[in-house]
Write a protein that binds this ligand. Structure first.
Ligand SMILES: NC(=O)c1ccc[n+]([C@@H]2O[C@H](COP(=O)([O-])OP(=O)(O)OC[C@H]3O[C@@H](n4cnc5c(N)ncnc54)[C@H](O)[C@@H]3O)[C@@H](O)[C@H]2O)c1
Length: 351
């Protein structure tokens, strides 16, 4: 397949800043159609990027336009229902994170996709950064020996997104589901995707709908969903995850916290032969009795561009993506474990 015909569903903040521009610039892609519940937005995006078809509902696109792949950028709760429609027609899927909100629904989707032999990539953008790619290679080559402990953190001082993100019915969860999913996926991938054994988690809604002046944050483009102002999710979450190989991950996530703004994903890996921190990427070793600390040099990438190029190449060559649906499922399983542990006030175990 030389040219991939793509449909984009959900034309909000991330579709515009992360996906459409790169798809539009790609020589291997034709954007065949776009879909958004807000038909005016669909029309204006179609006009701006000279896309021949636009629709209000995904079903209509699937009936009327021939496409090879879809990119789903709608609110979390709608990912799986739309993805199921796509895979049922043999259409490959790249969906924004998280893969979905309900584990059984995600499992059903993955079964269907397997039967239909289509790809189920999830947009874990941070795996496509140069620094994380370098770190992954070091870990795979056992530069750190066996990694027994990892710490991963993302704290924002006042960075709670506005709109449906704080409405559990649409988002499936708060800070952990929204930004924690990136951090957890990245740390778990660097650890070598170990199987989870047990989780102790705590989630809290501490600052909620704060009225802090002169701050801004990510905002959904769907004004109707934003107007509802529902806030029934956590803005802070912390967890301790034990894996069956003996390693442990300590995770801290906050949309808003009374402490130092970080905004970057911080990861520390501790192995018996070395260690590393991110960001900036720093490698700690002991060689011939000498301690060293090195900071590899690399150019920064545009992760969304790399992610999309990877997906398109996987579609063209029918190759399993770097992050497919089964990884998305495992990460969602751990997020649910964190929520369950917090609700039950005890450690939860997995078979
Ligand atoms: N990878 C990242 O770093 C990153 C960053 C932000 C958001 N996201 C993810 O991207 C997705 C979208 O987030 P956003 O910030 O763009 O939200 P948004 O609200 O700005 O955009 C969502 C769009 O989908 C449309 N929509 C809603 N339901 C629909 C349906 N059933 N069919 C068609 N269109 C529908 C809305 O009208 C809206 O235009 C979420 O899953 C979010 O978690 C990822």
């Amino acid at each position: 397949m030389d040219n991939v015909y793509v449909g984009i569903i959900g034309l909000g903040a991330i579709a515009e800043t992360g996906h459409i521009c790169h798809l539009h610039d790609s020589e291997s892609v034709t954007i065949a159609a776009v879909v958004d519940l807000d038909i005016n937005r669909a029309e204006s995006i179609a006009e701006k990027y000279q896309i021949p078809h636009y629709f209000k509902e995904a079903e209509t696109m699937f009936k009327q336009v021939t496409i090879d792949a879809v990119i789903i950028c709608t609110p979390n709760q709608t990912h799986i229902p739309i993805a199921k429609l796509a895979v049922d027609q043999g259409i490959h899927v790249l969906m924004e994170k998280p893969i979905g909100t309900d584990l059984q629904d995600v499992n059903d989707y993955l079964e269907l996709a397997k039967a239909k032999k289509v790809l189920t990539m999830v947009g874990m953008t941070h795996r496509f950064r140069h620094d994380t790619g370098i770190l992954k290679k070091f870990a795979e080559q056992k530069a750190f020996g066996d990694i027994y402990y990892a710490k991963a953190k993302l704290f924002r001082r006042r960075g709670t997104p506005k709109g449906w993100f704080t409405n559990k019915a649409l988002s499936g969860g708060g800070a952990m589901m929204d930004i924690g999913v990136h951090v957890l996926d990245l740390a778990w991938w660097l650890l070598g995707n170990p199987q989870v054994q047990s989780i102790t988690g705590k989630t809290l809604n501490v600052l909620g709908n704060y009225q802090t002046k002169y701050t801004s944050s990510w905002e959904s483009k769907n004004k109707q969903l934003n107007a509802e102002h529902v806030f029934d999710v956590e803005d802070f979450s912390s967890a301790w995850i034990r894996f069956k190989n003996g390693s442990v991950l300590s995770l801290e996530i906050a949309w808003a916290v009374n402490g130092e703004q970080d905004g970057n994903i911080d990861i520390e890996l501790f192995g018996n032969k070395g260690g590393a921190t991110l960001s900036p990427l720093t490698i700690f070793k002991e060689e011939d009795g000498l301690l060293s600390k090195t900071t590899p040099l690399y150019e920064k990438t545009e992760p969304f561009k790399a992610e999309i190029e990877h997906f398109i190449e996987c579609v063209r060559t029918n190759t399993t993506p770097l992050i497919d649906g089964s990884d998305g499922y495992e990460v969602l399983k751990m997020i649910h474990g964190i929520y369950d542990s917090s609700t039950q006030n005890k450690e939860v175990s997995f078979d």
